[in-house]
Design a binder for this molecule. Structure first.
Ligand SMILES: O=C(O)C(=O)C[C@]1(C(=O)O)C=C[C@@H](O)C=C1
Length: 284
């Protein structure tokens, strides 16, 4: 199985991909292909260059990864799995704290360490990179650069860990999804130690009237279906016009979920079922 992921090696996405592959019993990590950004990973799946893409979708401090939500709406892909990874950002450099003039990292990582940066640095330049591991690779070239990345990246790119665990909240987890092209048959190969089973959908109500969201959610409530996430995201059609991203417990193979989605379909302008899948939690 060929798996595409945000790279280079040492990114948290890389860690998520290896963890998910291990849970699936796929031992050959040589089937990992690295991409410069999240949209390239989606494209690799859609163009058939990789069977699976491992994509960050939500972080416990910073919330959803917007580009992922947008690409899930626009791309013909299906979610077949999920893996939650503990995130421990470190400040990495070849130089010392006083040498640092530039801090590099992925925008999500910078946002998760916003307070740390404000507290420890006054006149540094912040530069964004496509991934935390790309930041570590660049920081290897100049002593005045520091990267916010994983301890794995420190080893991979010969950097010192100036400060470990620098994110603004010690509890920091990112949820990654495993996606495949919708017309492919690739599926999970192992569900043994899965800890969650959920279905993700996108709904666009369209005809905005009082109670329309209440009625949509009521189709789940009256069937005792538990929602684990609901998020409104701009439809990009006009200000105040939203899509709803909803995760719920259960599978589309369950009659009760099928029945709920059948009734919701008549209440909305658009309903996209992203997939039913198992979730895994990595320990570290
Ligand atoms: O840059 C990486 O290492 C990634 O895997 C991307 C990413 C993200 O997009 O959220 C993943 C986990 C962290 O939240 C920080 C960055």
């Amino acid at each position: 199985m060929i798996v595409g992921v945000l790279g280079p090696a040492g990114s948290y996405s890389d860690k998520a991909a290896k963890g998910w592959m291990e849970k699936q019993g796929i031992s050959d990590s040589s089937s990992l292909l690295y991409y410069d950004d999240i949209s390239d990973t989606f494209s690799a799946v859609i163009e058939g260059k990789t069977e699976i893409g491992i994509i960050p979708i939500e972080n416990s401090i910073e919330g959803s990864v917007g580009i992922t939500l947008d690409l899930l709406l626009d791309s013909d892909v299906t979610i077949i799995g999920e893996v939650v990874v503990p995130i421990e950002h470190c400040l990495l450099s070849k130089g010392k704290m006083d040498d640092i003039r530039v801090i590099l990292s992925h925008p999500q990582a910078l946002a998760q360490c916003r307070q740390f940066i404000r507290t420890h640095f006054r006149n540094v330049e912040i530069r964004t990179t496509g991934s935390t591991s790309h930041a570590a690779k660049l920081a290897n070239e100049f002593e005045e650069m520091a990267a916010i990345a994983s301890k794995e990246s420190a080893e991979a790119y010969g950097l010192n860990i100036l400060m470990p665990n620098i994110q603004d909240r010690k509890q920091n987890h990112t949820r990654f999804i495993a996606i495949r092209r919708t017309d492919s048959e690739t599926g999970e190969t192992n569900t043994e130690d899965a800890c969650t089973h959920k279905t993700s959908i996108i709904a666009y109500i369209g005809n905005d009237k009082a109670g329309s969201l209440y009625e949509l959610l009521g189709e789940f409530a009256k069937r005792d279906i538990n929602l684990t996430r609901i998020e409104s995201r701009p439809s990009k059609r006009s200000l105040g016009d939203y899509l709803f991203y909803i995760d719920l417990e259960g599978s589309t193979s369950d009659a009760i979920i099928k029945d709920a989605l059948y009734h919701i379909e008549s209440r909305v302008s658009m309903l996209k079922v992203l997939g039913s899948y198992n979730g895994y939690q990595l320990d570290s």
